[in-house]
Design a protein around this ligand. Structure first.
Ligand code: F6P
Length: 324
């Protein structure tokens, strides 16, 4: 029998498609295990403001198909300080919450780690479109974001081709290039700029565009990960160096919205149910991960100490098939 009676769930940091599916699974798995479930609105900021609501089975009905998060989200500077965390733990205790699920990225897990250290059993679920959480091969929302970006880049490719232009397309990812790398392969782009690449030689990129044009290619797609630098300025430099009319498009927050893909709905639901199982078994300070084809969990301290790099072979493939 679980000692935990009431669990809370919050979403924190940038929202990602699939978070709602995870919330729904947590609520329903919680109820199935005889627990009360509370939603903490606006992440850690809402926790500090005691913005806590009761969740029942009906309140999460059908939300798995909706993007965003019904609990709202925020980034909260106060939660980086000990006083903020102490206050958050006090609010959890005042509301009878003895188990907590935090859906978010590494920054959110640091908060979860501190809450766990203060005696509230806490589990993290990786939720970010950036895929930049080292302990896991899957994060909630990446699949939907890549598909959204791919679809948008296909559309830009149509008009780029008609006008025989070069298009610089900026995708999200903060300091990571996973969305860019996947899109280069999925969209057949001429090149990518990603923060992980050790050195970027702009001359090489320009030479690739010129050589592809000489071989008869009529349009050029370059994907720029946002962590690299200004796409507008790059477009101006590429146009000046190649003589090819060049436009820049920043895809922006469109990548964070929309109805989640089947993969995001199913994996997020599985992670949600898994987090309840962990809380019921008395676990704390764990983060759920998808590794080598299985859902598993790791100590948050261990997870936060891990480093992630892009897959070298995937990068090699992207470079090889990007050549015309
Ligand atoms: O972490 C998700 C993400 O969308 C990043 O890709 C991006 O850098 C950042 O959040 C944007 O944050 P905001 O919505 O606060 O501008």
């Amino acid at each position: 029998m679980s000692e935990i009676k009431t669990i809370g769930v919050l979403t924190s940091g940038g929202d990602s498609p699939g978070m709602n599916a995870a919330i729904r699974a947590i609520v329903r798995a919680g109820i199935a295990n005889g627990l009360q479930v509370k939603g903490i609105c606006r992440g850690y900021a809402g926790l500090l403001g005691s913005e806590i609501i009761d969740l029942d089975s009906r309140s999460v009905s059908g939300i798995q198909s909706r993007g965003g998060t019904i609990l709202y989200t925020a980034r909260c500077k106060e939660f980086y300080k000990a006083e903020g965390i102490d206050r958050g733990v006090q609010v959890l205790r005042e509301n009878g919450i003895d188990g907590l699920v935090v859906i978010g990225g590494d920054g959110s897990f640091r908060g979860a780690q501190e809450i766990a250290a203060r005696g509230i059993n806490t589990i993290g679920i990786p939720g970010t479109i950036d895929l930049d959480i080292a302990c896991t091969e899957y994060t909630i929302g990446f699949d939907t974001a890549v598909n959204t970006a791919m679809d948008a880049i296909d559309k830009i490719t149509d008009t780029s081709m008609s006008h025989e232009r070069c298009s610089i397309i900026e995708v999200m990812g903060r300091n990571a290039g996973f969305i860019a790398l996947w899109c280069q392969i999925a969209n057949g782009a001429d090149g990518i700029l990603i923060p992980e690449a050790e050195k970027f030689d702009e001359r090489d990129l320009i030479d690739t565009i010129l050589s592809n044009r000489q071989k008869g290619k009529k349009h050029h797609i370059i994907i720029n990960a946002e962590g690299v630098g200004s796409s507008m300025r790059l477009a101006r430099r590429v146009e000046a160096a190649t003589g090819i009319e060049t436009r820049a498009t920043i895809l922006g927050h469109i990548q964070r919205g929309g109805s989640p893909t089947a993969k995001d709905r199913v994996y997020a639901s599985t992670m949600g149910a898994y987090s309840v199982d962990l809380l019921c078994s008395g676990a704390t300070n764990r983060v759920i991960a998808y590794r080598n084809g299985h859902f598993t969990d790791l100590d948050i301290d261990e997870a936060l100490a891990m480093k992630k790099t892009i897959d070298e072979y995937q990068f090699l493939v992207s470079q090889m098939i990007g050549q015309y």
